[in-house]
Design a binder for this molecule. Structure first.
Ligand SMILES: NC(=O)c1ccc[n+]([C@@H]2O[C@H](COP(=O)([O-])OP(=O)(O)OC[C@H]3O[C@@H](n4cnc5c(N)ncnc54)[C@H](O)[C@@H]3O)[C@@H](O)[C@H]2O)c1
Length: 362
């Protein structure tokens, strides 16, 4: 049995063939359906675990999802390394997703997940915003203008009639370079002060590499009465982006309550202050539309089911277009009881050096 290797060049080719908007739309639709599957008990989620370096919050973590319908297990290993860009010029978030056959443990696919993580995170915010944000939202404010900001905006642009994008980053160079990274969207992008952003945005996305224990990345003052916030950057114990006063007065919807209470914005709240999760809202969105008039927060911590969906879509595209590389990665000896089978002949006829060693032992 072979493993399908999906490399960055395969993902690039697949995106070239179907278009980046189609991929985002498929991810939004796929995630919506997958959340419903979990509600029906057809999938099982576990909270993430990992190793974290203090005080930077740099980490390597693993996140699993088991899908009962096709007996598959998806595990994403994700690294958050905020020094990467400055020290070695590679992204802050690195990830690979593995897909296993739950019937036998075979590694079915192994896929680069740098771009897919960003896409599925943007898709999740688009879904939450579609339920909780004012449908006429025209101005988006992005706090933190790095990699995730690109897909936050892309996802929102697929479901809202956006007219203006306001950008704030503590590093003005990154804020300035943002417009060139999202030129494909054809939107009006303007870098501005945090105060101007907070006053004018209908939807705000916070996606920063804020340090553990640092001040909130927005003040939460002078926000529009109906503002919806996608809080994306809090995903480790002690690392949060929003002021407590804002969370206390808002409708706070987590992606996965158990995980959000541990590592999301919800770690600042008591469990009883946390409202229904995105997965619950998706079943009966109309019941939550009245919150569109008030301040709402989507606490996005990131789930392996999202990675499962992103991988499934990419796997299908790669297979349909003959992309990817098939490799025999696992060892299947003819005698399953003999893990040394491939060296049996050398054990029977030891090379000279080994014969000498054996002689010394004798
Ligand atoms: N929720 C999820 O599913 C999910 C998925 C991926 C990444 N993330 C998180 O999203 C965050 C952003 O990731 P990224 O890949 O965009 O990182 P990145 O390094 O590409 O960008 C982060 C940006 O935040 C800016 N920043 C830091 N502190 C700030 C502050 N106080 N105010 C304004 N800007 C600030 C930095 O200058 C940088 O430009 C990280 O915290 C990461 O852990 C969450």
């Amino acid at each position: 049995m072979e493993t399908l290797l999906i490399r960055p060049q395969d993902i690039a080719k697949a995106i070239e063939l179907v278009g980046i908007d189609t991929l985002m739309d498929k991810t939004i639709a796929g995630l919506t359906e997958a959340f419903k599957e979990v509600n029906r008990g057809q999938g099982e989620l576990r909270t993430r675990a990992g190793f974290v370096k203090k005080p930077s919050c740099a980490c390597v973590e693993w996140m699993p999802y088991m899908r009962k319908t096709d007996q598959s297990v998806t595990v994403k290993v994700v690294a958050y390394q905020p020094d990467n860009i400055q020290t070695i010029g590679i992204p802050t978030v690195l990830a690979t997703t593995s897909l296993y056959d739950f019937n036998n443990g075979h590694l079915v696919a192994l896929c680069d997940a740098v771009t897919l993580t960003a896409i599925r995170t943007g898709a999740a915010s688009a879904i939450a915003s579609k339920i909780l944000a004012n449908p006429d939202s025209a101005t988006v404010g992005l706090v933190g203008a790095g990699a995730q900001a690109v897909t936050q905006l892309h996802g929102l642009s697929r479901v809202f009639p956006l007219q203006e994008v306001l950008v704030y980053d503590i590093n003005p160079d990154i804020a300035r370079s943002f417009s060139s990274r999202v030129a494909f969207l054809g939107l009006s992008i303007r870098s501005c002060s945090l105060d101007e952003l907070e006053r004018n945005a209908d939807i705000i996305c916070t996606a920063t590499s804020v340090d553990e224990g640092a001040d909130p990345v927005i003040t939460g003052e002078n926000l529009k009465p109906h503002v919806h916030i996608n809080a994306v950057g809090a995903d480790i114990i002690g690392k949060t982006e929003l002021p407590l006063s804002l969370l206390k007065r808002s409708f706070v919807c987590p992606d996965f309550p158990e995980q959000a209470l541990l590592e999301g914005e919800c770690q600042q709240l008591q469990p009883e202050e946390v409202r229904p999760s995105l997965m619950e809202m998706i079943e009966r969105p109309e019941e939550f539309y009245h919150w569109r008039e008030q301040q709402t927060v989507f606490d996005s911590t990131g789930l392996a089911i999202e990675d499962h969906v992103a991988l499934s879509i990419m796997q299908e595209l790669v297979q349909a277009h003959g992309l990817g590389q098939r490799l025999q990665l696992e060892y299947y000896p003819n005698d399953p009881y003999n893990p040394y089978e491939f060296i049996t002949s050398s054990l029977q006829h030891p090379p000279a050096a080994r014969q000498e060693a054996l002689a010394i032992v004798d």
